[in-house]
Every structure is written in C-alpha cells, then in structure tokens.
Design a protein around this ligand. Structure first.
Ligand code: PLP
Length: 388
C-alpha cells in the first residue's frame, strides 16, 4: 500500500496545494506541508460515493451527523480512554478551525495563552486573531527535560489558556504521562483551559506511547478541550474536517456558540463527516500499515540526514516530520531552504518564526510521508548540493 508505485504523481501535481506538488516547479520534491503522498484508504471514497448516490445533499445537523458523533465518541472512549459523549463533541471544518474556535470561546482581548516554541503557527495565529497574546514557552528539540518551573513562572493574572500540541509538530516530541500530569496540575491550580491538539496522536513510533491529557483524571479533564483532525492519519486534508471535544456542558455551550454552526455561517460538510466515519470504523488496518511504513521512513530519513555534514537530526518520537539542526552549516534556515530549493530541487520548510516561532531558527523541517524512493532521491540531491 505504501510503495512508490502506489503514488500517483500526476494527480498530486494537479491537486496537492499548500506548498506541495501542485505549487512547485516541475522536478522539485516538496517535503513541505505534512500531507501524505499516498492515496487515502479505498473505504473512504466508497463511503462518499455511497452517500452521494441518491443525490440528496441537504443541510446536516449543526452539531454533526449522529453517525459522526457516535463514531468519534467511540474512538475517544476506546482508543484514548476519554469518556467522550456524542452530545459533548461536534465536527468542525478542520482542526485548524477547531483551534480557532477554542481560542474564540475562552480568550478575549488582554488575555494571555501559553504557546509552545517551536510549534505549528496555528496556535499563535488563532490566539492573536481573537485579540489575546501568545506567550512562548520554550520546548527545545533536545533531550533537555521540560522546564516546568519556567512554565509556572510564565503564568500571570491574565493567563487563561495553555496550548498543548501532543505529539509536538515540528519536533516530534510525544509527551509522557508524567509530563502531561505536571501540565494538567498546573492548569488545575491556575484554572487554565488546556487546548489539547491531538491531530498527530495516531502517528507515534514504538516504543513511545500517546496519552490524552484528558484521560489522566477528572479534574484535569474538566479543564481540557480536545481538538483533533483527520488530515494526518488518513490523508483527508482537502476534506477540511476535525472534531472539538468538550469535557462538560458549560464548555460545550461556549464552544458551540463560538463555532457559529447554529447560524450556518460555519459548519462541517456532510461528505467529510461520512469520510471520517469510514476512516474510524473501517480503516484501522490502513492506519496500522501507514504508521509501520512511516517508522521505516523515519529511520531512513534520519540516518540519511545525519550522514550530511553540518546536519543533526534527532529521531522523532511521533509526527511524520524530521526537524534537523542545520546551525553547523553556517547558513540560516531561510538561506539553506532557498539553496536546497534552487540547487537540490528539494523544498523544505525553514525554521522561520512565521511557521514555528523563534525557537525554530537554525532548523529545517521535512515531511517523510512518502515513499522510500522519494526520500532516497531527496537525501542524495541534498548531499550532492552541500558537498559541492
Ligand atoms: C498540530 C497541528 N494542528 C492542526 C493542524 C491542521 O490540521 P487541519 O488540516 O485539520 O486543519 C496541523 C497541520 O499541520 C498541525 O500540525
């Protein structure tokens, strides 16, 4: 399922946007946005076709199709040990929008939210878009322990939220239960909302284990709003679909109001919800195969990157991105990314503040959700360019 010949590069060149195949010049390998090169599981297309066959595409319920709510609740109960109830979760048109909805529901002008650094730009972007301030908390991509004293020092009278990205894009860190307990206890003590983004939670490599912070205990769960999506695990980025899970009715009501779903100004597409039901109920075998392929690709790309002079790539524990320290090359992240694009014809994401915060400078990020052939070719091109 995950061989080079299963990738249809012609279709990707027409359809894969967001810095990927459809946006780069012919001949460039885009290891940029974390979106798989592989086609999604066949059951997903079949479910969409079955649903559209009758040609009725009416409005869905604002809080989500019953089958979506039930399937997602079952996933959280069985796979994440969270007693999620269908009444306390709703679909959103992407995890990205889910992050924004949570910020809109719980933050106002003058509030502060703690955001990891480095981390995907969506957190800072959403916090700032609702008029609040993002306070960076450094979690360097090294073996250094998380500095919880520093975290507590960052909490002031205006702090209302802590944005947890677990597993952490771009460093691939998977938080341990002990670390999550520390974060959770801090949130309880200071009455902070924990925004727990778990979109990467299926992409965790052995022997690391994923823990949902809301599964730790009831007190921590009551501070937590969980958001997830299906772009990473099942390759459904273009369907723009995610889920927001509240822990209690008061939170649910605030979140649902912030979503603007009742007014129909926003809402999740019914076909995307049907796709998620098929993914969660029928495609576990596909996800298992994908994760086991990714574990091999992770080892291939990190070995390859570490064989390049000036590169140092830690093995990611989760996520399908390799975050490489390139400081020893003497180039900045932006300079190196430009050189690799122009000379090696490999597109990477530079560790720029715009993408991941200030803590990402000196790094580049590469997605490895592709075939062995593509990765081998990309590494060989980078090596040749830098050895010149
Ligand atoms: C941590 C994190 N959250 C959310 C998203 C966005 O997901 P979606 O495609 O569902 O908006 C991404 C995508 O890269 C991500 O890395």
């Amino acid at each position: 399922m995950f061989e080079n010949h299963t990738i249809n590069f012609d279709i990707l060149k027409q359809r894969a946007f967001n810095l990927r195949w459809a946006t780069v010049p012919e001949g460039v390998i885009p290891l940029t946005a974390a979106d798989p090169d592989f086609p999604s599981a066949p059951e997903i297309a079949e479910a969409i076709i079955r649903f559209t066959k009758d040609s009725y595409l009416s409005y869905g319920p604002p809080a989500g199709l019953p089958e979506f709510k039930e399937s997602v609740a079952r996933f959280f109960q069985e796979k994440r040990q969270i007693p999620a109830s269908p009444e306390l979760l709703f679909p959103v048109d992407s995890a990205a929008f889910g992050i924004y909805v949570i910020c809109k529901a719980f933050l106002k002008g003058g509030d502060e939210a703690i955001v990891f650094d480095p981390v995907d730009f969506l957190f800072r972007y959403s916090v700032e878009n609702v008029g609040a301030t993002a306070v960076p908390f450094a979690i360097p991509p090294t073996d250094a322990p998380v500095d919880f004293d520093r975290l507590e020092q960052l909490i002031g009278k205006n702090t209302k939220m802590i944005c947890l990205c677990n597993p952490l894009n771009p460093t691939g860190k998977v938080f341990t239960k002990e670390e999550l307990t520390c974060i959770g206890e801090l949130a309880v003590r200071h009455n902070l909302i924990i925004l727990s983004d778990e979109i990467w939670s299926d992409i965790v490599f052995k022997p690391h284990l994923f823990t949902s912070i809301a599964s730790i205990n009831e007190e921590i769960r009551n501070q937590t709003v969980t958001v997830t999506g299906y772009s990473k695990s099942y390759g459904l980025a273009g369907l723009r679909i995610g889920t927001v899970v509240a822990s209690n009715t008061a939170h649910y009501e605030r979140l649902f109001e912030a979503s603007l779903h009742t007014s129909t100004i926003h809402g999740a597409n019914v076909l995307s919800q049907i796709a998620v039901v098929a993914a969660l109920d029928e495609c576990g075998y596909w996800l298992d195969g994908f994760v086991s392929h990714l574990q091999n690709m992770r080892d291939l790309i990190t070995t390859g990157l570490n064989s390049i002079e000036g590169f140092n790539c830690r093995t990611p524990e989760g996520c399908y991105v390799a975050f490489t320290d390139i400081k020893a090359t003497g180039a900045s992240s932006a300079e190196l990314a430009t050189r690799l694009f122009n000379e090696a014809k490999v597109a990477v994401v530079p560790g720029a503040k715009q993408w991941f915060g200030e803590g990402a400078e000196g790094y580049i990020r590469m997605s490895f959700a592709t075939s062995e052939d593509v990765i081998t070719e990309a590494i060989s091109r980078i090596k040749q360019t830098l050895n010149r």
